[in-house]
Design a protein around this ligand. Structure first.
Ligand SMILES: N[C@@H](CCC(=O)N[C@@H](CS)C(=O)NCC(=O)O)C(=O)O
Length: 126
């Protein structure tokens, strides 16, 4: 029963995510986007597709015009294992940041969005 409720709530969340548009707060030029993308390519967000906190992070990144890899930690056993064993807990969203050959793992949707806001501030607001 709980599983059914979770599936239905998940579908509702995904429906609203699809129909409510995200208002971009940043307009990034080609050079700035390319520089930022190189840095984003060293990161990934572990997530569940229908998790409300993951939807919050995805929408936040769309708002900031940031494109990152999303890894499915629910259905992909390798990503699930990495998150649990290397990150420390099976909780999403979690941002993996590769730095000097080492990984940092940042949990909590609020902290993840704050991290992006600070690291990639909007130079030209929309
Ligand atoms: N306070 C956390 C809440 C995250 C959370 O509760 N995530 C749930 C999924 S929506 C989770 O990872 N649950 C562990 C599990 O299902 O194994 C945040 O804002 O990121």
């Amino acid at each position: 029963m709980m599983r059914l409720i979770r599936i239905v709530v998940g579908k509702i969340i995904l429906f609203f995510d699809a129909v409510i548009p995200v208002k971009k707060v940043c307009v990034r030029g080609v050079e700035e986007s390319a520089r930022i993308q190189k840095e984003l390519d060293t990161m990934a967000v572990y997530q569940f597709e229908a998790c409300p906190f993951c939807v919050k992070v995805r929408r936040g990144l769309r708002r900031m015009d940031l494109k990152i890899d999303y890894l499915d930690a629910k259905n992909d056993p390798a990503h699930k294992r990495d998150l649990t064993e290397l990150g420390g807990k099976h909780k999403v969203p979690c941002l993996r940041i590769r730095k000097d050959g080492k990984d940092e793992w940042l949990y909590e949707s609020k902290d993840i969005l704050e991290y992006f806001e600070q690291r990639f501030p909007c130079e030209t607001p929309a």
